[in-house]
Design a protein around this ligand. Structure first.
Ligand SMILES: CC(C)(COP(=O)(O)OP(=O)(O)OC[C@H]1O[C@@H](n2cnc3c(N)ncnc32)[C@H](O)[C@@H]1OP(=O)(O)O)[C@@H](O)C(=O)NCCC(=O)NCCS
Length: 390
């Protein structure tokens, strides 16, 4: 089997998905994605857009401005018509599925150079926009248990995750993300983008808008539970609504050597997992179990994890059931913070957590031979991907 190495991984800053306060409120999602591609090529001058075999783009809600956003943003960005694009959806794991498609194509010899990417704008294309459920699905499942927040409440109940443990996770996620931002860790992966402040003046954003430096256990303890009157999940323990794009430049190893490109991390393996949609947050459990079984690895072989924090309840349930960790702060999970702090632009996040895992393995955790990124998705799809040091 050929090897797929990661040449680079980049992303946009994350903006709040808010029509008055969001930094990217006046930018279309295709523009955000295009700016990320432009940044990727500017950082990698030996790779020309026309050298790309194909561009895979994950997006959860492929409607309106996000309808075939892969093709439309590529053409709108002035990139070559000869390069095909494939916009695909798998809800939140879309950007990870895009990465797995590109890596598999390289490993089986269909092509040498691919972009795998993800995009979501949760302001202009809100969650479940234009979604029309099949009547037979509604006979099979209770519709009240399908919305994301309701699944987070159910996971907390079934897996006995307490509100306090979730708030502790949100606390550490924000603290770690704030520390990483302050130390300039994300600057290596963020493509700065011109954005709007609250007052309408423009500035160049090179960090994430959501992170709360001033987070406190006391203030979180008094917050309302929006999904269930007597529930345990709050806005602090839910990933906030976000806009963001991410992209990975993947290449067959000998081609990268011929071009004189440097790399230290490669795509090792990928797996997808499925589960009950009313408990969709536990999807990383079967996905990671499959990934470990197929690669012959144990949890203890994995030096560093990126587990998307869609909700604290599901992240904690997954970490506990997989035997990775019990409670935050974690030694080797989301060491630069997670989606509770950074945000979770649905279909983008599967690619974003791989971009960040790549950055972490290259810089802070050079002792980790293997790293795994995993995330759940609406309706019970999940993804898990292993990277390894070459
Ligand atoms: C939970 C949710 C409904 C909250 O939406 P919202 O009400 O627009 O959220 P906000 O971010 O404005 O937060 C609400 C309030 O909580 C406060 N808050 C949020 N996090 C906080 C924290 N960690 N500490 C203190 N206050 C916090 C906000 O400041 C805000 O207060 P304000 O109204 O006084 O300004 C929304 O973020 C959501 O649906 N998240 C989940 C998204 C999802 O399902 N993704 C897919 C996962 S698979």
């Amino acid at each position: 089997m050929r090897e797929c190495v990661i040449i680079d991984g980049v992303r946009s800053p994350h903006s709040r998905a808010h029509h008055e306060k969001g930094w990217f409120r006046m930018l279309r999602p295709d523009e955000v994605l295009t700016k990320v591609y432009e940044g990727l090529f500017a950082r990698n001058p030996k790779v020309k857009p026309e050298d790309i075999e194909s561009v895979f783009v994950g997006c959860a809600n492929i409607t309106g401005m996000q309808n075939d956003i892969g093709r439309l943003s590529w053409l709108a960005g002035g990139f070559p018509e000869s390069v095909p694009t494939n916009t695909l959806t798998m809800q939140c794991p879309s950007g990870m599925a895009a990465t797995q498609h590109a890596a598999r194509a390289i490993m089986c010899g269909e092509g040498d150079t691919y972009i795998a990417s993800g995009i979501e704008d949760m302001q202009k294309i809100f969650m479940a926009m234009h979604m029309d459920f099949p009547p037979r699905l509604l006979e099979r499942y209770n519709i009240a248990e399908i919305p994301m927040g309701n699944t987070a409440e159910k996971v907390a109940e079934v897996y006995k995750v307490s509100r306090k443990d979730m708030e502790n996770m949100a606390y550490w996620s924000n603290k770690k993300a704030a520390e990483a931002t302050k130390a300039g860790k994300f600057k290596k992966e963020i493509i700065p983008i011109e954005a709007l402040k609250d007052d309408g003046s423009s500035f160049v954003a090179d960090y994430d808008q959501w992170i709360r430096e001033d987070i406190s256990m006391e203030s979180m303890a008094t917050m309302k539970t929006p999904f269930k009157p007597d529930g345990v999940v709050t806005a602090a323990t839910s990933s906030p609504l976000t806009i963001g794009a991410a992209a990975l430049l993947l290449m067959e190893r000998s081609k990268a050597d011929k071009l004189g490109l440097s790399y230290s991390i490669k795509y090792e393996a990928g797996a997808l997992g499925g589960c009950d949609p009313t408990l969709m947050g536990i999807g990383p459990i079967p996905a990671v179990q499959r990934l470990l079984a197929r690669t012959g690895k144990k949890v203890s072989d994995i030096g560093v994890w990126e587990l998307n924090e869609a909700f604290a309840s599901q992240s904690l349930a997954c970490l506990r059931e997989l035997g990775i960790a019990q409670n935050a702060p974690f030694d080797n999970v989301n060491i630069w913070g997670g989606a509770l702090a950074i945000g979770h632009p649905l279909g983008q996040s599967g690619c974003r957590i791989l971009v960040t895992l790549h950055s972490i393995m290259k810089t802070d955790r050079t002792d980790a031979k293997y790293g795994v990124a995993s995330l759940c998705g609406a309706f019970g799809n999940a993804g898990a991907t292993m990277l390894s040091r070459v």
